[in-house]
Design a binder for this molecule. Sequence first.
Ligand SMILES: [Zn+2]
Length: 348
Amino acid sequence: MKSKIETLKSQLLKALKAAKSDSEVRDLEVRYLGRSGKFNEIMRSLKDLSDEAKRTVGKLANMTKTELEVIVQKKYAELEMAAFDVIADKEWMDVTVPGTKPGVGHRHLISKFIEDLEVVFGRMGFAVAEGPDIETEHYNFDQLNMPADHPSRDMQDTFWVKNLKKMVLRTQTSPVQIRHMEAHEPPIRVISLGKTFRKDSDATHSPMFHQCEGLMVGEDISIANLKAVMTNALQQIFEDPAIKTRFRTSYFPFVEPGLEVDCTCPICHGEGKTADGVPCRLCKQCGWLEIAGAGMVHPKVLENVGYDSKKYTGFAFGMGLDRMVMIKHRVNHLRLLFENDLRFITQF
Ligand SMILES: [Zn+2]
């Protein structure tokens, strides 16, 4: 009986040594040490032996079984460690390698430019006024002294809102000026910036575009104030204190007199060609850029909002914001500003 126990022990040890997986070990454990395993078979056969033999053989069988149970547990641990080694070999990583940083975006050129303008005009005491993108015909045209037969009201130029009578997508930011004047008494200094809409689309026009308008109303406001504000603003916007402005007479229904504002070309500084003699393409060699429409607010517009046009005067100006971004950042096609092509956007 003793030798049978020794044989079982050496059989199991040999098999354990050869076992390569958990399931093989589990199999051996059940076969030898399990409830109906070989060791329990020996225990059950002890009943035929003498009392003396029962004790010694039973003791030996128990000790051996306990000893083997410990060895089986060790084998499990060994296999687990080996498995970890394989994983560590396969899936190792160098924790000192720098990680991949997530891309960080930045504000769009136009949003950034709008904020810059708010700062530039803010320094000169201008507050920001806001108004709706969908306007009434009353604010978009009537109050701005635009006659009922003015060509800009035409279906060709203006987006009229379907099923909403006399409502338009605002064609300019000027209605904000009217709304602001109706709600405030002079003196007034505001700019309004935002989206405007017209049926227009080519390299320099888009059906949606951005405008910046300014309005200053008070006592004794003159063209001299307009000139000072525009010149100062353009010098700051193009970051060039040498920028000069000039004013040419023009016509807009809401101002009298109406003026076109030009500034010296920020690339060739009014020379028409660059320092090394290359003809300037931006200003088409004339040295000046048309930059804004402006003028003294028409007395009729002041009266429309209930101001005393004998007491108060004011100036207003409007600039195409996208065009200024294009000039400042040398962008040659308007559509690039709205396409959201990362190859373009990430350059700035
Ligand atoms: Zn130029």
